[in-house]
Design a protein around this ligand. Structure first.
Ligand SMILES: Nc1ncnc2c1ncn2[C@@H]1O[C@H](COP(=O)(O)OP(=O)(O)O)[C@@H](O)[C@H]1O
Ligand SMILES: [Mg+2]
Length: 252
């Protein structure tokens, strides 16, 4: 399924720039947009600026210049409005190990302002992500990474926000969990969500993305619909851009 390019972007970075206090420019005037029914994958090595980009959308940090917009709301001007429109799926940042899967869903649904959810809604969401009944009352600390990721997706399903952000969601997943996770992200995309995720994994990027961007040293050095790319091409491109970065850095 392809994003409808005629619709307004759900997520939009406009000249987004971040200089940290030490003077390092982590993100240098990047611009991109993600529409409904689109999985936009930021591919890049360590330090490329992926987490910084996602943290700017979540208003965890403020940009030095430019804007991160969610449904037209600028994240650092209208943080509460912007946050209503976005789910952040992270297995380690937000889930509580001492809570069961059901308790985590209940806690985060309420935190997100959803007071009308019933136990059945929670069960349905957990079943939909492939967590069977026997896992629902288990404490999260007993869950594998793959199961925690699924729990994160269940929370996103309940919140039903138009935008979903994920930072390196497939790293550390075994092949089966990775495969299942990809299926879940696709089903969210097919429901109309705009999905922005980061990865350093070319294979996952190629498999999942509708649009692939390569980020290097805070700049988007490449962006294209994934349908136009063969796997080998992407590998070549990635290596070339990474090599370009190293050469640029080595110059006086
Ligand atoms: N809190 C911070 N203070 C200073 N520099 C940071 C901070 N967070 C990230 N950086 C730097 O910003 C650059 C981009 O980091 P990051 O966005 O975490 O990259 P990625 O997620 O692609 O690995 C790196 O050079 C990193 O060292
Ligand atoms: Mg990162």
């Amino acid at each position: 399924m392809q994003a409808d390019k005629s619709t307004a972007p759900v997520l939009e970075a406009v000249g987004l720039t971040k200089k940290y206090d030490d003077g390092r420019t982590a993100l240098d005037h990047i611009s991109f947009s993600v529409r409904s029914r689109e999985i936009y994958v930021m591919l890049g090595g360590n330090g490329a600026g992926k987490t910084t980009t996602i943290n700017l959308f979540l208003n965890l940090i403020e940009p030095t210049d430019g804007e991160a917009r969610i449904m037209g709301c600028v994240a650092h001007y209208e943080p509460l409005q912007a946050k209503k429109h976005v789910s952040f799926v992270s297995e380690n940042v937000m889930l509580y190990g001492n809570f069961t899967a059901l308790q985590n869903l209940d806690f985060f649904a309420r935190l997100g302002g959803m007071t009308g959810c019933s136990l059945n809604d929670y069960r349905d969401a957990l079943l939909r992500v492939g967590l069977s009944e026997d896992a629902h009352r288990k404490k999260l600390r007993e869950f594998s990474k793959g199961m925690r990721q699924k729990c994160g997706i269940a929370i996103a399903i309940l919140k039903n926000a138009p935008a979903v952000l994920l930072d390196e969601p497939t790293s550390g997943l075994d092949p089966k969990a990775g495969y299942e996770f990809i299926g879940l992200l696709r089903s969210l995309r097919d429901e109309g969500k705009a999905i922005l995720m980061s990865t350093h994994d070319i294979f996952r990027a190629r498999e999942l993305a509708d649009t692939i961007a390569i980020l290097d040293q805070g700049k988007i050095v490449f962006e294209q619909p994934a349908s136009r790319l063969q796997e080998q091409d992407l590998e070549q491109l990635y290596i070339r851009h990474m090599a370009g970065g190293d050469i640029a850095q080595a110059e006086p």
